[in-house]
Design a protein around this ligand. Sequence first.
Ligand code: NAP
Length: 255
Amino acid sequence: MAELEFAGQVALVTGGSSGIGAATVKAFCKAGAAVVIADILDAEGKALAAELAKAGHRAVYQHCDVTREGDIAAAVECATGTFGALHHAFNNAGIEGEAAPVDQATNDDWERVIAVNLRGVWWCMKHEIPAMRATGAACSIVNCSSIAGLTGFAAIPAYVASKHGVVGLTRSAALDLATGSIRVNAICPGVIQTPMIDRFAGEDGAAREALTSGAPMARMGTPEEIARAVLWLCGRGASYMTGQAIAVDGGWTAR
Ligand code: NAP
């Protein structure tokens, strides 16, 4: 489908070694893009890049901790140096933090979650935008928020604040860039079956059931369902969309 055709284009995916990021890396590759997988999960990222290269795709792994601005600059340079350009970015790396009510959350957890989930997204855009401008082509940034960026959830205050922050940052960046060729949108996944949810719910069957039944569609989403939405946001089908926060959540926020 032409709207999801990325041949000759280059994408960068942070948190690309696992879960939603890895599914998006694969989707971009299958749609013809060359992809930089940027993550701290080195073994998994290298294995994914090797698997994709073996299948004839263009993908490289670059260690990138989004709490280190120099790592982000190097990931963007990896895209331009290895593949000649950067057209699309999925700023997806994120952590859930520790579960605790707002008055019991720790300073360390707050700093860490905001540094990864919010400041990391800002630093990514800061370094991606000049590289995208240099292409002279239509480019797109998708920032990973959450349904926790649209509504409150108990006992994860830093996560909820960071994901609301991503929505605000996305809107601000979209307005800064609106008259140029770079669109900026946020995706707000519902509960998606990834290692993050396995960590969050653990072996607690009741917690898992609550997460599943919270969605009117009565199931968790798959990473591939988010990846398809990210590619659509990056593609020509979304050419008049910028500054939006799109929920892909099995109806969670419809109630
Ligand atoms: P995941 O499987 O844990 O993937 C996240 C990836 O980001 C991991 O490879 C992780 O590495 C990496 N990462 C963590 N800190 C990083 C850092 N400082 N720099 C670079 N990479 C880092 O989780 P996921 O569910 O796919 O989450 C992806 C995004 O979706 C996150 O932003 C998350 O908040 C968002 N989201 C997820 C859900 C859901 O239900 N799964 C719902 C809404 C939003 P490590 O494993 O080493 O930490």
